[in-house]
Design a protein around this ligand. Structure first.
Ligand code: PA5
Length: 400
C-alpha cells in the first residue's frame, strides 16, 4: 500500500505541534500492546491474538458444510464483513461462492423476505450484536428464529443476549468488552462469517499486523493522513474508490469516521464516490461548486483481470482507446482527474493498494482505524463513543 500526498499540504510549523499530541497516543498504544483488551484502543491486539484465531476456526469448522449463512447485525456488526467480502470476492460474491451469505441489517420486511427465499439448504443464523439489545438486530433475530434453528451468537460476554444464548445452548463467540462496534472488524464479528465464506483471514490479520506496527512509529502514514485531513479545515472528506468492489469498504470507513469524529459540534462529513462512475454524477459539483472538500483517491496498482478494447470502431467513436486495456483507460481517467484537481488547487491525497486481496485490505482497514484515533485526538473528541445515537433508540422504544 502506498500513501502519497503533495508535501505542500503539510503546514510544517503546525505539524510539529500536532505531532506532540499524536506522540502521546502512540505511547499509549505501545503501553497496551499485546496486553489483552483492557482499553478501547486494544483493537490493535486482535490481529496478534492466536487464541482468538484458533477458537474461531474451531467453531467455524463445525459449520463448514452449511450452504447459507444469514448474518443478522447492523453498523459495526456487519459493515466490515460486507466490506471485506466484496473487496475480495467482488460485488457478486454469492454467484462465485459455494457457501452463500446474506446480510439482514435494517428492519425492512421485503429485504428479509428475499433473504428467506434465497437462503437454501442448511442455513446458519449468525446473530452479531455487541450490546445484544439493538432493536433492528433482535427484531430480525426474532423474525428468523422460527424458520432457522442453527444459531451462533456473537456478542459481549456481559450482554443479556450472552446469557440467553447460554440458556439455549447456542454456540457463542465473544466480542471483548472494550472493543467498540466500528473497531471490531478483526474480532469474531467478521472473522467467523468470513472464514465460512472462504476468506483467508490469516492473511487479512497479517496485513493488519504489518500496518499496525508501521502506524505505531513516530513517522507513520496514519498520522500524516490524519494531520492532512485536520489541517485542510474542510467540512467534507470525499473518498473516491476507483474500483466498484470497494464501495462497501467506503461505507465501513464512513461509519468509522462519522461516529468517531462527529461530536461536540465538530466533525467532517465522509462521502463515498466511485471512480469512474461518479465522475458522471459528482464531478461538476466537485470542480465548480463550493470548495468544501478534501479528497482521498484510492486506486489499485493491479486489477484482478483485464480486457483489451478491440479496434472494431477504428477510433471513429472515441479516439485513442483501441487496443488499450480497460485498466490502462481507468488509469488515464484517474490521472486526468488528479491533474484537473491540481490545476484547480483542490487538495487531495492518494492511497494505492497493490491489489484487492486479504493482505492489502487488512492493511487498509488497520491504517484507517489508527488514522481515526489520531484524528479524534487532534479534534479533541472521544473516538470510541456515539452518545447521541441513543436518542433515536430511546424515541423508538417509547413509540413501540
Ligand atoms: O460503532 C458502534 O458501536 C455502533 O455503530 C454499533 O456497531 C451499532 O450501533 C450496532 O450495535 P450492536 O453491535 O450493539 O448491535
Amino acid at each position: 500500500m502506498q500513501f502519497k500526498f503533495d508535501h505542500s499540504l503539510m503546514k510544517r510549523g503546525r505539524v510539529i505541534g500536532l505531532k506532540k499530541r499524536i506522540e502521546k497516543e502512540i505511547l499509549n498504544f505501545k503501553e497496551i500492546l499485546n496486553k489483552g483488551y483492557n482499553d478501547e484502543k486494544s483493537f490493535v491486539n486482535l490481529v496478534s491474538d492466536k487464541d482468538l484465531l484458533n477458537n474461531v476456526y474451531k467453531i467455524a469448522h463445525k459449520y463448514k458444510n452449511f450452504n447459507s449463512i444469514i448474518v443478522v447485525g447492523i453498523g459495526g456488526s456487519n459493515l466490515g464483513t460486507i466490506a471485506i467480502l466484496e473487496a475480495i470476492k467482488g460485488k457478486y460474491y454469492n454467484e462465485f461462492s459455494k457457501t452463500k451469505i446474506y446480510f439482514a441489517d435494517t428492519t425492512d420486511p421485503d429485504n428479509l423476505n428475499s433473504i428467506i427465499k434465497l437462503a437454501k439448504g442448511k442455513v446458519l443464523l449468525n446473530i452479531v450484536t455487541k450490546s445484544g439489545t439493538t432493536t433492528e438486530t433482535i427484531a430480525n433475530f426474532e423474525a428468523l428464529f422460527k424458520k432457522f434453528k442453527n444459531i451462533v451468537i456473537t456478542t459481549d460476554k456481559g450482554s443479556k443476549l450472552w446469557f440467553f444464548a447460554k440458556e439455549k445452548n447456542f454456540d457463542l463467540l465473544e466480542i471483548p468488552h472494550n472493543i467498540g462496534g466500528r473497531y471490531s472488524v478483526f474480532s469474531n464479528v467478521s472473522l467467523f462469517p468470513l472464514i465460512l465464506t472462504g476468506i483467508n483471514v490469516r492473511k487479512l490479520l497479517n496485513g493488519a499486523l504489518v500496518m499496525r506496527n508501521k502506524c505505531l512509529n513516530s513517522n507513520n502514514p496514519a498520522f500524516v493522513s490524519a494531520s492532512l485531513v485536520y489541517l485542510s479545515n474542510k467540512k467534507i472528506l470525499d473518498n473516491w474508490y476507483f474500483s466498484n468492489d470497494l464501495e462497501s469498504l467506503g461505507k465501513w470507513y464512513r461509519q468509522l469516521m462519522a461516529e468517531s469524529i462527529g461530536k461536540n459540534k465538530k466533525g467532517i462529513t465522509p462521502i463515498i464516490s466511485i471512480g469512474s462512475t461518479d465522475l458522471h454524477s459528482m464531478f461538476q459539483l466537485n470542480l465548480d461548486g463550493p470548495k468544501d472538500k478534501f479528497t482521498c483517491f484510492l486506486s489499485l496498482k493491479k486489477f484482478n483481470s483485464d480486457f483489451i478494447v478491440s479496434n472494431f470502431t477504428e477510433n471513429k467513436l472515441v479516439e485513442k482507446i483501441n487496443n488499450k486495456s480497460l485498466s490502462k483507460i481507468m488509469n488515464a481517467i484517474l490521472n486526468g482527474v488528479k491533474i484537473t484537481y491540481m490545476k484547480n488547487k483542490l487538495p487531495y491525497v492518494e492511497i494505492i493498494l497493490d491489489k484487492k486481496d486479504e493482505y492489502n485490505i487488512g492493511k487498509y482497514m488497520m491504517f484507517k482505524m489508527i488514522e481515526i484515533v489520531y484524528l479524534a485526538s487532534l479534534f479533541n473528541v472521544n473516538a470510541f463513543d456515539q452518545p447521541r445515537v441513543e436518542e433515536y433508540k430511546e424515541e423508538t422504544r417509547k413509540l413501540l
